[in-house]
Design a protein around this ligand. Structure first.
Ligand SMILES: Cc1cc2nc3c(=O)[nH]c(=O)nc-3n(C[C@H](O)[C@H](O)[C@H](O)COP(=O)(O)OP(=O)(O)OC[C@H]3O[C@@H](n4cnc5c(N)ncnc54)[C@H](O)[C@@H]3O)c2cc1C
Length: 564
């Protein structure tokens, strides 16, 4: 059932078995996975089912270097469904190598491996509506209808073009699962803002949890366990603002909370000339189950080890949109549409100051000269994106001369100096706001440098084309737009050692017995993969753990498996 927290009687205490804080991808997945258990579950969500400026403003904070990180209230949404109300839907799992301790990536290594997540990845794919858990061309497409090769004749020991990204609708977890939650036993409270945890008399137990609404209601929740699912930045905020045993923040006796803050390193660089290749296909294909799939170039694990590089993938990309010199009516139409493109997408499409870079007249002229193609594109976009339930994921333009730019997405090394802390200001509910000091490291630069150089060699050796770029521009290109928005990772990392991690392999705080974290905050390393599929898989795994541990003592307890 879904209720408004303003209707909960003021100053009362709600009793529950599991209190989930946050109804984004993680919180909604966990709630759905506990629906048929014998546990009483309460899901607290700060937002309502509509976007509200006052609620979003609770996310405001300060940024140490505004060139390197977007504002704290951008690239995340404080609303039922969380940031999945805005996400792009690109799904892929982490690779086995991402879980390994690698001597060339400082602070790497998870206490679990990919096999531990595999059963949950399959279910996560269903919840994300990304179809089958099949992430190679061979697995996703039957032999009778093989996927087109990305670049005909491209063969390399260092790069594979067989792995895929699959696309969610993109599923808004609030909208999509609202009805299921409305009908189910989980008590969902909207407009419910969790405050700071107190520590009980028994210091290994946190709670009760104060809850406030912006309209002025106040009550508390007394739960057997709490699960923080508020996203990577807000998790750090909630933990740091709660005193914990040490007085330095809940789970923060060793000062680890908020450190190791990672995103991904991404940029667009150089020219890939494929005019000599026998065939080039860089667009989407639709799998049997209807999911859009796209190939990319992935640095293989053995090459990562030999090059001492983090994980890295690259895609063939269209020319720089604001530069009307590309002559494409489609890209110029996209340029002219920039006032209606959300900030979070406009930033990378157009750059920070597009007006200075391009002339509207030149773009209009491209649209007119290229009108048959542009009209066909706009019609397709309306049909397959604007009006479709499963949306065409992005603009794909095939340059006539087969000269592409290269879009890359790389692992970021976990760095303790890259950090989320509390600043000295407070929001209207009395919660301290955050400061974000995102940093990249020498290793991050090394990863991109060696991976690009290996790609250049791979093109030369396979003789299907060439890749040219300026090595001295790598650092400025990979930081041009700063941290890759929306991927907030590592601020409450998972590990076995309480001195260097915040949660254990079950996602439970080392410091207390009854607080868990699910979300990007627990990632010890980022891999190259967009994080949401793994976040959902971790939430489903946490559900199995909670069913086992909490149901054990209850009469007629449900089996410890998860049914969605
Ligand atoms: C523009 C954009 C594009 C993206 N594209 C992709 C993509 O293609 N692929 C991908 O994998 N990922 C993508 N992401 C990232 C993806 O959206 C996040 O990884 C995912 O939403 C994280 O889920 P979450 O549940 O951990 O956090 P969130 O979705 O942020 O949910 C957190 C929830 O907690 C609530 N909350 C916060 N504080 C409190 C509190 N004190 N009390 C109660 N509730 C609270 C919030 O209102 C929110 O509903 C993108 C993000 C953005 C912004």
């Amino acid at each position: 059932m879904i209720e408004d927290a303003n209707h909960v009687p003021a100053n009362t205490t709600l009793q529950t078995d599991v209190c989930i804080i946050g109804a984004g991808a993680a919180g909604v997945s966990l709630a759905l996975a506990l629906q048929d258990s014998d546990l009483h579950v309460t899901l607290l969500e700060s937002g309502s089912d509509q976007f509200a400026e006052a609620c979003q403003a609770l996310y405001q904070g300060s940024i140490t270097n505004e060139q390197l990180h977007p504002p704290a209230d951008s690239y995340r949404v404080r609303q039922f469904g969380g940031s999945t109300t805005l996400w792009g839907g690109r799904c892929m799992p982490l690779d086995p190598i991402d879980f390994e301790e690698r001597d060339y990536i400082a602070n790497s290594g998870w206490p679990i491996n990919q096999a531990d997540l595999l059963p949950y990845y399959t279910q996560a794919n269903q919840l994300c509506e990304a179809g089958e858990f099949a992430y190679t061309a061979e697995k996703a497409f039957p032999a009778s209808r093989p996927m087109r090769p990305m670049i005909g004749g491209f063969v390399s020991d260092t790069y594979s073009s067989d792995t895929l990204e699959r696309f969610s609708c993109p599923t808004d977890f609030g909208k999509r699962y609202q009805r299921r939650l409305q009908r189910g036993p989980v008590r969902v409270l909207l407009n419910a803002n969790a405050g700071c945890f107190s520590i009980g008399k028994d210091v290994r137990t946190a709670g009760p949890l104060p809850v406030k609404t912006l309209a002025g209601n106040y009550f508390t929740v007394n739960a057997r366990v709490y699960v923080i699912a508020t996203g990577g930045l807000e998790t750090a905020r909630l933990l740091l603002a709660s005193p914990g045993m040490s007085g330095r923040g809940l789970g923060n006796a060793y000062g680890v909370v908020g450190r190791y803050y990672m995103s991904h390193i991404a940029g667009t660089i150089g020219i890939v000339d494929l005019s000599q290749a026998s065939s080039v296909w860089h667009g989407y294909e639709i799998a049997e189950d209807g999911t859009y799939c796209r190939r990319r170039l992935a640095l293989v694990p053995q090459a990562q080890r030999e090059l001492r590089s983090g994980n890295f993938i690259a895609r063939l990309h269209h020319p720089h949109i604001p530069d009307a010199g590309h002559g494409s009516g489609i890209l110029s139409a996209l340029y002219l549409a920039r006032p209606i493109v959300p900030y979070e997408y406009a930033k990378r499409l157009y750059g920070e100051k597009p007006e200075a870079q391009a002339s509207t007249i030149a773009h209009l002229s491209n649209v007119i000269k290229d009108s048959p193609q542009t009209v066909a594109f706009l019609w397709n976009w309306l049909r397959r994106r604007t009006l479709a339930e499963r949306k065409f994921p992005s603009v794909i333009v095939r340059p006539k001369n087969l000269r592409f730019s290269l879009d890359f997405h790389a692992e970021q090394e976990p760095n303790p100096s890259s950090r989320v802390t509390l600043n000295s200001s407070f929001d209207p509910l009395g919660m301290p706001r955050i400061n974000i000091d995102w940093r990249y490291s020498e290793q991050d630069l090394r990863t991109v440098n060696v991976a690009l150089s290996a790609l250049k060699n791979a093109f030369e050796e396979s003789k299907v084309g060439s890749f040219s770029y300026q090595p001295e521009e790598v650092e400025s290109e990979m930081t041009r737009y700063g941290a890759y928005g929306g991927h907030h990772l590592g601020t409450a990392r998972m590990g076995n050692d309480p001195a260097t991690s915040v949660v254990n392999a079950d996602c439970r705080l080392h410091e207390v017995d009854n607080v868990y974290v699910v979300g990007g905050a627990v990632f010890p390393t980022s891999g190259q993969a967009n994080p949401t599929l793994t976040i959902v898989a971790l939430a489903l795994r946490a559900a199995t753990h909670l069913r086992k541990t909490l149901s054990a003592g209850k009469a007629g307890s449900a089996p410890a498996t998860t049914h969605l």
